[in-house]
Design a binder for this molecule. Sequence first.
Ligand code: THU
Length: 134
Amino acid sequence: MADRSDMLALARTMRTRAYAPYSKYQVAAVVRGANGKLYAGTNVENIAYPVGNCAEASALAAMVADGETRIIEALVIGPEGDLCTPCGACRQRLREFATDDLPVHIADPTGIKKTVTLGELLPLSFGPTILRKT
Ligand code: THU
């Protein structure tokens, strides 16, 4: 897991495919499933602005469609010079499939700028185990 070059390379390519004609803010997200596979997605905007999707949502949808529901690592990439951290809703989306110790890499096209945990991004989270108590 120490070598993130595979995630970064995929994220860089994927970001060029972002559909962001309104904000012009291209984002990609890559998640590594517990199965070791990488799943990527971009933001997909819509003329009805609130209908747009974040990149994280797209990556997670690809993962679930492939039959995986656990993430062991995530990366979000935005424009050069920006620290494109996941929005609040996407922190919660990641929490559905990961625990507080999930490493989240924040990158721009030049590389990973910062790595934080999901617990740092979303402290005292409302996670899926809350409803799984017997
Ligand atoms: N965006 C993401 O894709 N992920 C985030 O976590 C932050 C924001 C997208 C949504 C919108 O298409 C664009 O960035 C500008 O907000």
